[in-house]
Design a protein around this ligand. Structure first.
Ligand SMILES: [Zn+2]
Length: 194
């Protein structure tokens, strides 16, 4: 089924997230071609959807939908996303005939990695088949955008304690109420300030 640019083929459940992998860079800054085996090492993409439990976990960890993340080589399951990236010049076109079109010009990125691109012969609409990854939120190994939020001071890590005395680090966003002795913090754990 061909979807629109903002429609997804499925939604991740529970503690799963959906990630749109970045196409790996195929040439170095110096212009050298990177061999295919090295391309397999690129495991970075953007979170585009999350299950309800994953949203809670992400919020507590200072992450959000749209963040660029790094994940493990074997994380997740693949799902194909067949969608119209750019509409053509006729909204009533039923797109009867598609011709092959360079995926890199459709996604505006330098790669043909696992993507197939098409152009409607009649209206010129551009269509892309690309892979999405569904993984556990715990498969995120690092978060690029979270790092920049912390650098800019929009977010900070605070050490508190649970009521039974255990150390409990939490993320606080700018303007978010600082935890006091009997408040419930962002992660639902009652804690006091250090
Ligand atoms: Zn068409």
């Amino acid at each position: 089924m061909i979807l629109k640019a903002d429609e997804l083929p499925a939604l991740p459940e529970a503690d799963r997230i959906m990630v749109r992998p970045n196409p790996p860079i195929t040439t170095t800054i110096g212009g050298l071609e990177i061999p295919d085996i090295a391309l397999l090492q690129a495991h970075q993409g953007r979170i585009i959807a999350a299950g309800l439990k994953a949203m809670d976990i992400m919020h507590d960890n200072g992450q959000q939908i749209g963040d660029e993340v790094l994940y493990g080589q074997f994380a997740g399951a693949w799902e194909e996303w067949d969608h119209i990236m750019k509409p053509g010049n006729n909204p009533d076109c039923i797109h009867e005939e598609w011709s092959r079109h360079s995926p890199s010009s459709i996604r505006d990125e330098k790669s043909k990695y696992r993507c197939s691109g098409y152009r409607c012969d009649a209206c010129g609409a551009l269509r892309l088949q690309e892979p999405l990854l569904i993984m556990n939120v715990g498969d995120i190994m690092a978060n690029v955008d979270k790092a920049s939020r912390q650098r800019s001071g929009d977010m900070m890590v605070v050490m508190g304690h649970t009521i039974d005395g255990k150390t409990n680090h939490v993320i606080l966003r700018k303007g978010e109420a600082y935890a006091s002795s009997d408040s419930t913090a962002t992660n639902g754990v009652t804690h006091v300030t250090a």
